[in-house]
Design a protein around this ligand. Structure first.
Ligand code: SAM
Ligand code: SF4
Length: 364
């Protein structure tokens, strides 16, 4: 126990320290969680920020080996919300004081897609008098497209690195130009240069993944000086190539637990960034996201995609809340956040404090 207290008292951590923290169980794990909660309270406070998540299309041009909506999965019913449906969801988020919206979809690199998103961003800004913050998560695009979307009103971008270990990245993606690790990195750099609050993340409990890989992921976030992180458990999907490795995976509860430890350790490493409580946590434990809030997360992304389409954005099986309408979702979340001893920052953008410090430091 003394050793753990010593590690937790440090401000810098070695790879061995991180692996040790990620391996904690029982009372020692409780010490880690308690320390992360303290660091969070001092640095980001008790407010939890909402981003209403609109998964507006499951049409994707890529073939990531883990993802249920990958291009080659013929079992998926493909959908594409109309502009009116997307704008209605944005209006719902604005009228209900969510503060921000996340637009997410499969990845498409066509000029028509870039034009459509640019137009939607301008419309969302207009309908909310510029009040709704907008995060987008639309995959790898050219620097030019990133710039156009930024100028149209998006100010945060989520692009998970999925794994920062190139060898592991190559095992979970096809080895072709469309799924190139260096391109992914270049996109993250481009997002930062464009001026976005830049978010990334990884899946936890992937086949072939070790605790050392996860420690390296945490160092990657720190070295890259990232503003926001969204990471959660990998959940297998029967219609994907990685499903054949399901026997090698750690049990779901262990993946869940490891995800909470990743959140807690990240909060120690990067006290002032935004950390999202991943929806995938809730697929394992109904109170999964609230548990993540307790140990370091400060952002939740309630799904406000119209209920009709939610079943079809199945990245993994047993996705939570697919039968609910956005109105039901909201009432439920109020109560849940109170349980996690947090308060919702209604109507606020809830920007990453780290981002503002980073920008200030670079302009000196
Ligand atoms: N297409 C965009 C992209 O890949 O960045 C955005 C949408 S994609 C569905 C969002 C995230 O879902 C991915 O970054 C990936 O980490 C996560 N995801 C996909 N399949 C998953 C699975 N089986 N289990 C957990 N997360 C998964
Ligand atoms: Fe497409 Fe994103 Fe799924 Fe990869 S993770 S297949 S890019 S939706």
């Amino acid at each position: 126990m003394n050793d753990i207290n010593n590690i937790l008292a440090q401000s810098e951590f070695s790879r061995e320290d991180i692996v040790c923290l990620l391996s904690l169980e029982g009372e020692e794990k409780t010490l880690l969680f308690r320390k992360a909660a303290e660091v969070k309270a001092v640095n980001t406070g008790s407010e939890v920020y909402f981003r209403g998540l609109v998964e507006f299309s499951n049409v994707c041009g890529k073939n990531c080996y883990y993802c249920g909506i990958r291009k080659d999965n013929d079992e998926v019913k493909r959908y594409n919300l109309s502009d009116e449906e997307i704008l209605a969801a944005a209006r719902f988020a604005w009228e209900n004081q969510y503060g921000s919206l996340v637009l997410q979809s499969g990845e498409l690199a066509s000029p028509a897609f870039a034009d459509r998103v640019e137009n939607l961003l301008r419309e969302i800004k207009k309908l909310s008098n510029g009040e709704l913050g907008i995060t987008i998560s639309l995959g790898e695009q050219s620097p030019e497209v990133y710039r156009r979307w930024f100028e149209a009103g998006a100010h945060r971008y989520l692009l998970r690195i999925e794994s920062s270990t190139p060898e592991l990245y190559r095992k979970i993606h096809p080895n072709d130009e469309l799924h190139d690790f260096d391109t992914r990195l270049a996109c993250l750099r481009s997002l930062k240069e464009t001026g976005y609050q830049t978010g990334t993340g990884v899946m936890i409990g992937l086949p072939f993944q070790t605790l050392e890989n996860l420690a390296d992921d945490l160092f990657f976030f720190k070295t890259f000086d990232i503003d926001m992180v969204g990471m959660g458990p990998y959940l297998e999907h029967a219609e994907t190539p990685l499903y054949s490795y399901r026997e090698t995976l750690m049990p779901l509860q262990q993946r869940f637990d490891l995800s909470l430890k990743m959140v807690a350790v990240l909060r120690l490493l990067m006290p002032d960034i935004n950390i999202a409580a991943a929806t995938a946590l809730q697929a394992i434990d109904p109170l999964g996201r609230e548990k993540a809030v307790k140990v370091g997360a400060n952002v939740i992304m309630p799904n406000i995609t119209p209920g009709l389409y939610r079943n079809d954005y199945a990245l993994y099986q047993n996705k939570p809340c697919v039968d609910e309408e956005p109105e039901q979702c909201k009432g439920c979340l109020d109560a849940r956040i109170a349980l996690a001893e947090g308060e919702i920052g209604y109507g606020k953008w809830g920007d990453s404090k780290h981002f503002h410090k980073r920008v200030k430091a670079s302009s000196r």
